[in-house]
Design a binder for this molecule. Sequence first.
Ligand code: ATP
Length: 235
Amino acid sequence: MSLILTDVSLTYADGDDRVLALDNVTLDVPAGTVTAVVGPSGSGKSSLLAVAATLIAPDSGTVVIDGVATSGLSRARLAELRRRTIGIVFQQSNLVPSLTAVEQLQVMAWIDGRSTREARSRAMSLLESVGMADHADRRPHALSGGQRQRVNIARALMNEPNVLLVDEPTSALDQERGEEIVELVTRLSRERHTATVLVTHDRSLLGAADRVAEVHDGRLSTVPSPPPLTPSLPQ
Ligand SMILES: Nc1ncnc2c1ncn2[C@@H]1O[C@H](COP(=O)(O)OP(=O)(O)OP(=O)(O)O)[C@@H](O)[C@H]1O
């Protein structure tokens, strides 16, 4: 299944004027692939993610998720679609301070009305797949920025979404941790067949993405992917 945006335009009210945030954007993200979206501040990256997440309805154009056209759906139906189909990793870690890593994930299943035992075993297996099984009982304050981001990513996958939207996952991390997070997102997207969009301002992190799309003043263009990063040789 996939995420398809076709001719999407979005404006925001700005006093008596309107700001054009997305200008006829078309993007097709197949299952199991990662499209990285890069662009300068204010170019429309967050707007693109918000439209893909069905959090903002575009002025025109269509968003089709898993074959479902989202325009005209009720708020309740959109909320259900988001819960079941879309995993979102926000730029700011929004883990609950009082919950352990495994509980952060379990909450997602509780909201979805699933059984506690099944939720715990799925949460543990996801933490394992992001390299955090040993830290399952730690609360956010006892985790590093990169570890918190791993828990965020695992949590976004808890309800087995077909679409994964990741907003600037590396902004609080150094280069090496940033690369690890992008590689992790790519591996998980392939393993779990998610159609993934990853927004970043840092082009040097994009070696792992299948495709890079560049956004400027709300217009999107696909650019050739950079070659994979090669490890530097010892001196
Ligand atoms: N709620 C809003 N009301 C009015 N204008 C907005 C609103 N949100 C965003 N904009 C404008 O829309 C344009 C696109 O903003 P957006 O946040 O999508 O860019 P961005 O590429 O994500 O930026 P950044 O990298 O700084 O987060 C900008 O000109 C911004 O000022």
